[in-house]
Design a binder for this molecule. Sequence first.
Ligand SMILES: [Zn+2]
Length: 227
Amino acid sequence: MNEKETCYMCSEEATSKEHVPPRCLFPKESELSKGVSMRKNLIKVPSCHVHNSSKSKDDEYLMFIMSCAFQGNEFKSSLFEKRVLRAFQKKPHVLDTVFKNPRKVLLRESEDGKPEESISFEADLDRVDSMFHHMACGIYYHHFKEKWLGGSKNIINFLSYLDVPEVNLMNHQHSELNRFSREIFHRLESYGDNHEVFSYRAIKGDDGEAVIFLEFYEQLRATVLLS
Ligand SMILES: [Zn+2]
């Protein structure tokens, strides 16, 4: 490693490489059919000790909540069955820390009037925001070869509002924003060598502000505004 290389998130010397997004989101070869690899040329950025090793628990948390979303392709299902379910079987207490305030929710009513139910749980939004901030900064560094040291805001399509006034209106606006963002971003070139698991698109203005569009398992999406 180049001695003068510094961390993608700060000015400290880089001591390791961090995967962006976390490597645990990509199925291992042993979890897939023979000859299939979903870990081709994973993106890595130089990182200091604080910005890498301190967040391995967060990486696991992100894997748990993404794998439980109802969107996603077979690679997400495989991650849930082969890794997440096993982790919960081995360490049942993790269930309580990850799935806060679980309750039944009505997803929709089918045409014959039968309700389709699922379980909702409360996501740790500060933690989720921090994870998406790190990932967007990592992609920014990887793609534009510059650091983003400012803040961020995100829109995440696999989270919904539950306990807010005018919840239906809020969720409608949230899904419209996600749909609009997807329509715009899908016109841009996408990057990533394992696009069934992860791909990104990025656009930057002259002032350095940018929007990073992250897509996981072809259906879980986050639009992160760096401004
Ligand atoms: Zn750092």
